[in-house]
Design a binder for this molecule. Structure first.
Ligand code: ZN
Length: 267
């Protein structure tokens, strides 16, 4: 599932292509997306593309009529920009937006992706702190963690505190910070919180630089796969050697999700 680094990758690739383009028409091929009033997008010029948590937000506002087109990729959604009006394939095609030059196609094999229109920023703004934003600081993280009773790994997946984390980066960040995923989130010392903050910034920044992680089929809007899967230290490596201490990587299940970690060097 695309996490914060993958969605950021898609947003950056869309930002290179979309701003200034006018939407000529939007066709929906899946009744699950039928609630989207695509006629409201017709004729609008794309001003910018931003990310709110794991949601892609396309600003199509005019001075008199603010409007944002939001797309959440969920499990298998993908956006592909083409300089031709025809998609490279009809398979899993759910929506096509023809622009004055090129087109944007939304593919989604499992159909969990969602799209909606928002008339005000507070309708799309993410409720938690974005770990790639400037206001994500160690004191801010400490304040978010204070009093939390759940284990730190599932805590990272809550989208109302920090936004954007999924299963891959939650395991990777805790490994980088040398924190055991079973630790109670509220029990971290100031030194551990500092390590967690630095590790979060470092891992996510690097993952975005690599164009995200491609485990099965993630790609940016030009079909380019990510490269961070080659840098993963623990995720998907159960039974293999820890790259830091040589012990075997373990897997445990927390709240129904797999966690990968090294019990020897994550305390
Ligand atoms: Zn280790």
């Amino acid at each position: 599932m695309p996490e914060i680094a993958e969605v950021e990758t898609v947003v950056r690739s869309l930002r290179r292509r979309l701003p200034g383009r006018r939407i000529r028409r939007v066709d929906i091929f899946d009744e699950k997306l039928g609630a989207l009033d695509a006629t409201r997008l017709k004729g609008r010029v794309i001003r910018d593309v931003v990310r709110a948590g794991k949601e892609i937000v396309i600003d199509v506002s005019t001075p008199r009529s603010p409007l944002w087109w939001c797309i959440h990729l969920r499990m298998t959604g993908a956006l592909l920009w083409c300089d031709r009006a025809q998609p490279p394939s009809q398979r899993h095609l759910r929506l096509a937006a023809r622009l004055d030059r090129g087109a944007l196609f939304f593919f989604d094999a499992r159909r969990f992706g969602v799209t909606r229109l928002c008339d005000a920023p507070d309708q799309w703004a993410a409720p938690g702190v974005d770990p790639l934003a400037k206001n994500f600081t160690a004191p801010r993280l400490a304040a978010l963690l204070a009093g939390a009773k759940t284990a730190i790994k599932p805590w990272l997946l809550r989208q109302d505190r920090l936004v954007g984390f999924g299963n891959i980066y939650a395991s990777e960040v805790l490994f980088a910070a040398r924190i055991n995923p079973r630790r109670s989130a509220g029990s971290l010392t100031p030194a551990e919180i500092n390590r967690l903050h630095r590790a979060t910034r470092r891992v996510l920044t690097k993952a975005v630089e690599c164009g995200g992680t491609t485990i099965s089929d993630f790609a940016d809007c030009e079909g380019e796969s990510g490269g961070y899967q080659h840098q993963l230290k623990v995720y998907g490596r159960e039974g293999e050697r820890c790259k830091r201490c040589g012990a075997r990587i373990k897997r445990l299940v927390q709240q129904g999700r797999s966690t990968f970690f090294c019990s020897a060097c994550q305390r």
